[in-house]
Design a protein around this ligand. Structure first.
Ligand SMILES: C[S@@+](CC[C@H](N)C(=O)[O-])C[C@H]1O[C@@H](n2cnc3c(N)ncnc32)[C@H](O)[C@@H]1O
Length: 288
């Protein structure tokens, strides 16, 4: 007997439209496309093509975390490569519902957590083999906190993508030396890693907060305890834990480096320029 419950293409088309506006515009197995082909939707296949070569073809036995996973395109690809488990974190109910729907259409199961990534990361004790942190960093008010925490939660690999803004160069100069005040002019250079703070709406989206420069991505990844293994796109980095930190249970805090045997010690007395404060005051008086 044939499958009498099989939906027609028209039914799927209607269900897809009933789920609202889709940011991720991709083909479902029926051939129905989620988006309309109009911007601001985008084609996640293009991003997948960039980092898929850095993900094993066979993910059996592996777990995946996809934060800001939207309609689930990347989670679904990871499941189609055999991942055992995939947790998708998405705070907007509409997108979380789309992810559940798209996964069902592909016949795969996702654990969709309808939650903000800060809350999720800072309250879970889970760790994952693969972590996808794509297109989300610049939407966060506390982005580096989340990056550090996701680094702790990564066992094998993290794929990190962030919108980033022009700087001279991409990876930045070698900064593997300590800086002091004599280097302030260098810090002012346009290729120095920087984060630009967005106070108001950008692109009519109130969730844009910080735009790193291209040169800031690798130093931030390194300072999270990760090693850059590939940078297949200016805005995309594949990284692995360099200093595995193990499972962190320490009252679920996010700063496990401190107050631990072997943790950092304060570097000692810091140089202070006693005249700087006065100079800045004078500058302000002259401006007003
Ligand atoms: C630019 S989209 C990127 C979607 C997907 N990761 C991709 O690369 O195609 C940003 C996604 O992050 C979600 N998002 C925004 N703020 C978030 C937050 N605080 N926690 C988790 N996800 C968030 C948005 O709803 C959206 O699905």
């Amino acid at each position: 007997m044939g499958d009498t419950t099989k939906k027609t293409r028209a039914e799927i088309e209607r269900e897809v439209r009933d789920l609202g506006w889709w940011y991720q515009d991709f083909d479902l197995p029926s051939g129905v496309r989620t988006g309309t082909g109009q911007e601001p939707s985008y084609r996640p296949e293009e991003r997948w093509a960039v980092f898929a070569p850095h993900v094993p073809e066979d993910l059996s036995g592996k777990s995946v975390l996809d934060v800001g996973g939207n309609a689930g395109y990347f989670s679904i690809q990871m499941k189609l490569r055999g991942a055992d488990r995939c947790v998708l974190v998405e705070p907007y109910r509409e997108f979380a519902a789309q992810a559940g729907y798209a996964a069902a259409e592909f016949g795969v199961e996702l654990e969709v957590v309808n939650e903000d990534v800060h809350t999720y990361c800072l309250t879970t004790e889970e760790r994952f083999d693969y972590v996808l942190f794509l297109g989300l960093f610049y939407h966060l008010k506390y982005p580096v906190l989340v990056l550090d925490r996701l680094a702790e939660m990564t066992k094998d690999r993290i794929v990190f993508h962030s919108y980033s803004v022009e700087a001279e160069g991409v990876s930045g100069r070698d900064l593997e030396r300590d800086l002091d005040r004599a280097d302030d002019a260098e810090i002012d250079q346009s290729d120095f890693p920087a984060m630009k703070f967005i106070e108001r709406r950008y692109n009519d989206d109130p969730t844009n907060w910080w735009f790193p420069t291209h040169t800031a991505l690798e130093p931030m990844i390194r300072s999270a305890g990760l090693k850059v293994v590939a940078r297949p796109h200016t805005q995309l980095i594949v990284a692995e834990p360099e200093h595995p930190l193990g499972k962190v249970v320490y009252s679920k805090l996010v700063f496990p480096k401190y107050a631990k045997p072997g943790g950092p010690v304060h570097p000692g007395p810091q140089q202070v320029d006693p005249e700087l404060w006065q100079k800045l005051l004078q500058g302000r008086d002259q401006e007003s």
